[in-house]
Design a protein around this ligand. Structure first.
Ligand SMILES: [Zn+2]
Length: 288
């Protein structure tokens, strides 16, 4: 009954002890043996262990590989990688694994082996070579995160934490050694940073540490989107938007359609003369 799971070891031992209390040595040997588990019931926590010790080990057990991170190997890896490399390696690995998986989602056929070429088991094994998701294919569209995550995940060398604040151009915040012509606060057409906008290939060629998400099929550095929640809903832009030309929003951050949508939700009014009317006519949003 224990082997089939119909009764627990503890219950079987309790019943056996009750039996031997009643019948003494007249109880069958198997009942006496069960009653003896856990030092005859005085060490209840040892009952299961004692029972397992009766099981012949030769055939009932087998060697199992259990991955273990040994301290000396972890310390060695950290020391050799340098102070920032563990984080960097983790970001790289995450990007590689997700990119590998998204490539499969795009192709729509289950892989024969895992990310590291390992043998697959269970459901994963049964999907090998078969059409996934009833024929649907899934493609990468974009990456959205807050400013810190954008910078860390993509290894951007220019970010909100630097004097050169933008990965897409060479705009600068005000600083002692900076060039006033490159000031990011200058929104006029004549601002110098407009001349430094990078294309995707410019970005790849000029980056010392290009984004590991380049492994993703369809990745473009401008698909690392900024999150409007952090700039509009929770940020200061909600207060500032009234003074900003809508055309600027449409050009630099979002499509006009998105900008109108955001303004509408922020309780702000977009003026028709600020919008590009030709584009507006194609949107379902009302320009007031
Ligand atoms: Zn820029």
């Amino acid at each position: 009954m224990i082997g089939s799971g119909r009764i627990s070891v503890a219950t079987a031992a309790d019943i056996s002890r009750a039996n031997t209390a009643d019948t003494g040595d007249a109880a069958p040997a198997a009942i006496q043996a069960l009653a003896s588990l856990g030092a005859g019931g005085t060490q209840l926590q040892n009952q299961e262990r004692d029972l397992h010790r009766w099981v012949p080990n030769e055939e009932a057990t087998s060697e199992q590989m259990i991955p273990v991170l040994l301290p000396h190997e972890i310390f060695h890896a950290i020391a050799m990688a340098g102070s920032r490399q563990v984080k960097t390696a983790t970001h790289k690995l995450v990007a590689e694994v997700i990119s590998w998986s998204m490539k499969i989602a795009l192709e729509g056929i289950g892989p024969a082996v895992g990310f590291r070429g390992e043998k697959l088991v269970g459901n994963r094994c049964s999907w090998a070579g078969k059409r996934l998701a009833d024929g649907w294919h899934f493609a990468y569209f974009g990456f959205k995160a807050d400013a810190k995550a954008r910078k860390e995940c993509h290894f951007f060398e220019r970010s909100y934490q630097c004097n050169k604040i933008c990965e897409e151009c060479l705009a600068e915040r005000s600083n002692k050694h900076g060039d006033p012509l490159m000031l990011f606060k200058n929104f006029f057409d004549g601002a110098a940073y407009w001349m430094t906008l990078l294309s995707h290939s410019d970005y790849v060629r000029s980056s010392t540490t290009p984004s590991p998400w380049l492994a993703m099929p369809g990745f473009h550095f401008k698909t690392a989107f900024r999150d409007p929640m952090h700039t509009i809903y929770l940020g200061t832009a909600k207060e500032m938007l009234e003074d900003i030309n809508l055309r600027l929003i449409a050009m630099s951050l979002w499509s006009l359609q998105e900008a109108l949508h955001i303004l509408d939700h922020s309780g702000l009014i977009a003026l028709k003369e600020d919008a590009e009317v030709g584009v507006c006519e194609n949107t379902q949003f009302t320009v007031r």
